[in-house]
Every structure is written in structure tokens, then in C-alpha cells.
Design a protein around this ligand. Sequence first.
Ligand SMILES: *[C@@H]1O[C@H](CO)[C@@H](O)[C@H](O)[C@H]1NC(C)=O
Ligand SMILES: *[C@@H]1O[C@H](CO)[C@@H](O)[C@H](O)[C@H]1NC(C)=O
Ligand SMILES: *[C@@H]1O[C@H](CO)[C@@H](O)[C@H](O)[C@H]1NC(C)=O
Length: 301
Amino acid sequence: MHVEARKITIIIHFGFIAVLSSIKTPSANAVELVGSMALSGGHKDRELRVHESLDELSTDLADYIAELSEASVKERGVFAIALSGGSLIGLMGKLCEAPYNKTVDWAKWYIFWADERVVAKNHADSNYKLAKDRLLSKVPIIPSHVHSINDTVSAEEAADDYEFVIRQLVKSRVISVSDISDCPKFDLILLGMGPDGHVASLFPNHSALEEKDEWVTFITDSPKPPPERITFTLPVINSASNVAIVATGDSKAEAVHLAVDDVGSDSPSVPAGVAQPLKGKLVWFLDKAAASKLEGSQFSA
Ligand SMILES: *[C@@H]1O[C@H](CO)[C@@H](O)[C@H](O)[C@H]1NC(C)=O
Ligand SMILES: *[C@@H]1O[C@H](CO)[C@@H](O)[C@H](O)[C@H]1NC(C)=O
Ligand SMILES: *[C@@H]1O[C@H](CO)[C@@H](O)[C@H](O)[C@H]1NC(C)=O
């Protein structure tokens, strides 16, 4: 990290230790506020990174992905990463620029989608198309390493087929396997979050959230169009080595609060709040607006 610690404040935040550091990026000469939070002595490994600006957030996100890629390639020879759609892809844009476009070992990347809309690959709603246009076409990724859904079949068949593809790649160890479940262990699953707290295509109160047996399931009644989607299930998300949830803007603040704070059983639970790898690490990437409703927040405007 090309940052220099200026000041570190430690506060106790509902049993978590929050480390707030005001750090300076020499290149941009801009002060960035990063909140970092890890459970002391618990089994959960969770960190919150709150950024001053989207520019700082996207630099940190690119650094984070590049570091995980390097570590995974060193350890396993490959990097199995699952993407989602939405603003997340735009925020990954710095990976297409120097230095990342040269330093990342793109030939070792295997790309998957944590959720996908059941539409043609060239459709405006396709998460594949979004990632291809904004990211994958701009870096030297090997086309046969890009695993998108079969867009010519029904949602149910697409989910079954995608799970089958993942099973083959678990067998050949392109994707690692969890030692606590029989689930695939992705090196990194990147998730956005909706204002309703949904992650991947796991929506609040939807039965897909309860799916325990399948790795990939489907829905045909998404509250947000298009209605037909496939999605990784919670056991797969929670078996990953690393999960990152990226949320920005005021509209996400309430869901961030419900997902991150210890709100108790009277408040509605949101899917993002149960995305927590059992043995892996979770990192939240937030801007100040999305963090503004966190309890004891230092980030409210
Ligand atoms: C990397 O991105 C920079 C722009 O940031 C561009 O000038 C350069 O040509 C790119 N290099 C490669 C190898 O794509
Ligand atoms: C998609 O599914 C159809 C129907 O099973 C099959 O004919 C086709 O080969 C599949 N496409 C890909 C890319 O696997
Ligand atoms: C989910 O169900 C709970 C309890 O039935 C309800 O309070 C909540 O508003 C529902 N959430 C959504 C997003 O429908």
C-alpha cells in the first residue's frame, strides 16, 4: 500500500474494535479516511473500509483485488473470482489502468458471476456484457477462462448448467474446495448491495436465501427487473476465501446499518447481513454516505 499513516484512533464500537486512520496518499495528496474493523478474538473476520471519495474507494478496491490475485496465484497458481453487476464493475475500472493492467497476472484469472440475469449475453441487462465491455475486454484475460451462463436455456436449466460447470472446475481444482462444507471456495466473491440489502440475487424474505443444497439457484420473481436470474446460494458465498461487499451512496445507508450494526431481532434482517464467510474474510468497501447511518458513525456528514 502506497499510503502513510498519519493518525490512528481506536474506539470501541459495539464489541468491535474500530481503527480509524487518517491516511495520506502521496500521489493524490488527498486525505482519506479509512475505518477498519475486526472482531477481537471472535470467529468472524470482518473489516470496514470507509472512503472519502469514490476515487479513493476504487483505488483501494483495485489494490485489494490485485493483492488477492497475487497471493492466490502464488499459492494455487490461479485466481478464481466471481463478479456481480451494477456500479461495482465501474468501481473496478482502475484495474484496466496502469499499474494494474501490467502487474496483474491476468492469464491466471478465472472469471465467474455470483449472479446473472437470464437474458442474452448482448442484452443491456446482462452482467456478463457489463463486465466484458467495461473490464474484461480491456485486459488480457484468456477467453476460455471466462465462465458465464448459458443464455439460450431457461433460468432453472441455466442454474443447473452453471453449477455443473463449477463442479467440473472444483474437480480440476481451478476452484478450490471448502474443507468445512463440500462447497466451492472461490478466492474472491465481489458483491454489490441494493438499497433493500440484497446481495447477488438473494433478496430479502425470498426463499432462495434458504437454499442449502444447491450451489447455484434461480429465481423468476426478482423484485427488481429483470425477473429471471441465477444466483450463488448463501453456502457458496459463505465458503469463499474472501468476500467483498461494495456499497456507495445515501440510498444504501440504512441497509448498511442493518447489515453491519448489531441491530437485534426486532429490526429486519437483510441478506447482506448474513453474507459472512465462515472461515474467510469479509471486507466492506463504503463511501461516507453509505456509512452515514452506522452506529457511532464518525462518517455522518
Ligand atoms: C495500461 O493502462 C494505461 C492507461 O492507464 C495505458 O496507457 C497502457 O497502454 C495500458 N497498458 C497495457 C499493457 O494495456
Ligand atoms: C446451451 O444449452 C444448449 C441446450 O442444452 C446447448 O445446445 C448449447 O450447446 C449450450 N451452449 C453452451 C455455450 O454451452
Ligand atoms: C420481510 O419480512 C419481514 C417480516 O415479515 C417484514 O417486516 C419486512 O418488511 C420484509 N422485508 C421486505 C423487504 O419485504
